[in-house]
Every structure is written in structure tokens, then in C-alpha cells.
Design a protein around this ligand. Structure first.
Ligand SMILES: NC(=O)c1ccc[n+]([C@@H]2O[C@H](COP(=O)([O-])OP(=O)(O)OC[C@H]3O[C@@H](n4cnc5c(N)ncnc54)[C@H](OP(=O)(O)O)[C@@H]3O)[C@@H](O)[C@H]2O)c1
Length: 285
């Protein structure tokens, strides 16, 4: 992995931090995307100390913001000759309905549009790598979900878990559509459920006491290191080098829920994502 360049979003805690550390331990240059300068710098220093890898770089962006994503993308093109691995991992659940700075429902903006924009904007940089990979961190929470295209912003009857499950279903619809778009290219796009992982997931964007209390239940999950080791296997094992357009659970390829394979929904989501993000990324059949 000595010459690889990897970008991990949400690399400042939980699953993303452990994946960034594991990539650095294997010798990859790692860009840790974080939203807070002090925390992101501290995480990069920690990873460098722990792995002796000096090529661990912070990049600051609130990934629910289109302007910050644009800046991150420009910096990636300006500072790196190529990108071998993109791990789209930053994500959250919001107990109260919030809007991003661009006026988009926050869960959708952070958990889906962020993946959609980074995946598409970074294609040319990824294409400069001999064997580029995008791994989208989804969740088994997609299974109980559906996308109501008539209320994509969840303006009516907002429920945190409805918004979250829908965004994780969107991750899969996006992964499979991106794979269809990229047929014939070198880029392999896959998705993963990282497991139930003991992280700060419920509390990182919800500061109430109840959020912190509920987060205690996440301690029953596996460690983020264990989750990261399965993710590393997906990225590195020779067994999966040709794998594309798949969903991984517990290190193995699994079928995702039937609704995630709807090409009609995937295209509709793609077009609405373009509309909301103000982009024009082409969609192929
Ligand atoms: N934990 C689980 O059991 C579980 C299960 C299924 C799927 N997942 C998925 O796994 C991924 C990682 O979750 P996790 O459990 O590791 O949670 P986590 O510890 O809360 O990590 C989430 C990461 O996203 C970052 N983030 C949050 N809002 C952001 C924003 N607006 N802009 C930029 N970065 C932002 C966080 O930054 P800060 O460090 O600044 O908070 C953190 O680095 C998510 O996509 C989640 O949906 C987790």
C-alpha cells in the first residue's frame, strides 16, 4: 500500500478514525476529512504517532455544506496527483429536523448528498489511479426503509430514524447507480454495513441528555477497530479486487433489501440529487 492515497470522510471518530488509522498503518497516504480543525489535526497527529506514518493530512469540511465540499474537492485536485481509495463514511442521525446551510434536510444532505457529490466530483482524480475504489458506508437500517419522492425533505412527519434509514437506502441506490454509470471504467464502487459498532454515533450531532443516554446502548456493539479490519479486508483482499456494485456485511457480500435494486428509484434519486445540489452529473442505464 506504500504508494496509495486514501481519503476517509468522518475520519475523526468511530469507524472512520479506525479505518484511517488502519490505512495509515499499511503505509497509505491518508487524508482525514473532518469538520473541526483542532479535532482533525489532533486525530492526524495521533494516527502519525501510532503508525509512524508521516503522510496523514487533515482536510476540513462540513460535509453537509455544498461550499465546503467544493473547497475539499479543489484542495484534493490541487494537492494530490491521484486518489486510490475514497471511503464515504461521514454520517449521522438527527433527533430533531434540521436544515443544512443550503436549506436541505440535514440527514439527506450529510448522509447522501455528501457521498453523491464527493463520488462524482472526484471521478477524474480516482481515474488517475491504476485501481481506484469507492466504498460507501451504508447501514442495515436501509432494510426497513423506502424513499417517498413526494416528500424528499421530510417536511411532514419528520422522524429521525425514518430520515436515517432513507439516507442509508439512498447510499445503496447511489452505489448501484454509480456502478452502472462506471461500467467500463476502472473504478470499483461498493457499499458496506459496518456492523453495530460501539461509537459516539447517537450523540455526535445530538447534545441532549437522552441522546447521550441512548448512546450508552451502542456499547453492546463491536469495536470500531474490528469493524475497520473487515472494511480493510474489503479494500485490500485479493479476493475482492474485481468486486463492484456489491453490498458487504460482516466482511461478506450480501443481498441488500429489494427496494435498493430499483433502477427506476435510483435514477429518480440521481436526478433529484442533481437538482438539490445544483449539479448535472449524467446518469446511465
Ligand atoms: N455505529 C454503528 O453502529 C453504525 C451502524 C451502521 C452504520 N453506521 C454508519 O457508519 C458511519 C460512521 O458512523 P460512526 O458510528 O463511526 O459514528 P461517529 O463516531 O459519530 O462518526 C461519524 C463521523 O462523521 C463526522 N461528521 C458528522 N457530521 C459531520 C459533518 N456535518 N461534516 C463532516 N463530518 C461530519 C463525525 O465528525 P466529529 O468527529 O466531528 O463528530 C465523525 O467523524 C456512518 O455513515 C453511519 O451511518 C454506523
Amino acid at each position: 500500500m506504500k504508494n496509495l492515497i486514501s481519503l476517509v470522510t468522518g475520519g475523526t471518530s468511530g469507524v472512520g478514525k479506525s479505518v484511517a488509522l488502519a490505512l495509515a498503518a499499511q503505509g497509505s497516504q491518508v487524508i482525514v476529512a473532518g469538520r473541526d480543525l483542532i479535532k482533525t489535526n489532533a486525530v492526524c497527529e495521533h494516527i502519525t504517532r501510532a503508525t509512524k506514518n508521516k503522510s496523514v493530512f487533515p482536510m476540513i469540511a462540513d460535509l453537509s455544506s455544498r461550499a465546503d465540499i467544493d473547497t475539499l474537492v479543489s484542495n484534493m485536485y490541487a494537492q494530490f496527483p491521484c486518489l486510490d481509495i475514497l471511503v464515504n463514511n461521514a454520517g449521522s442521525v438527527f433527533f430533531q429536523r434540521r436544515q443544512s446551510v443550503d436549506g436541505i434536510e440535514m440527514t439527506f444532505a450529510l448522509n447522501h448528498l455528501n457521498y453523491f457529490l464527493l463520488g462524482n466530483f472526484l471521478i477524474e482524480l480516482l481515474c488517475k489511479s491504476p485501481s481506484p475504489k469507492i466504498l460507501n458506508v451504508s447501514s442495515s437500517a436501509h432494510k426497513r426503509s423506502y424513499i417517498d419522492f413526494s416528500d424528499l425533505q421530510l417536511k411532514h412527519n419528520y422522524r429521525a430514524w425514518r430520515a436515517y434509514g432513507r439516507s442509508k437506502l439512498a447510499n445503496l441506490l447511489f452505489t448501484y447507480q454509480m456502478d452502472r454509470n462506471l461500467r467500463g471504467s476502472k473504478i470499483a464502487v461498493n457499499a458496506v454495513h459496518p456492523g453495530l459498532v460501539a461509537t459516539n454515533f447517537l450523540a455526535s450531532n445530538n447534545k441532549s441528555l437522552i441522546a447521550r443516554f441512548l448512546n450508552l446502548f451502542m456499547r453492546v456493539g463491536i469495536s470500531s477497530e474490528e469493524s475497520a479490519s473487515k472494511i480493510m479486508n474489503i479494500l485490500m483482499s485479493s479476493e475482492f479486487q474485481e468486486t463492484r456494485g456489491k453490498y458487504f456485511v460482516n466482511g461478506m457480500i450480501e443481498k441488500s433489501a429489494p427496494q435498493s435494486y430499483s433502477e427506476k428509484d435510483a435514477k429518480q434519486l440521481w436526478m433529484l440529487s442533481n437538482k438539490l445540489a445544483g449539479t448535472d452529473f449524467p446518469v446511465r442505464g
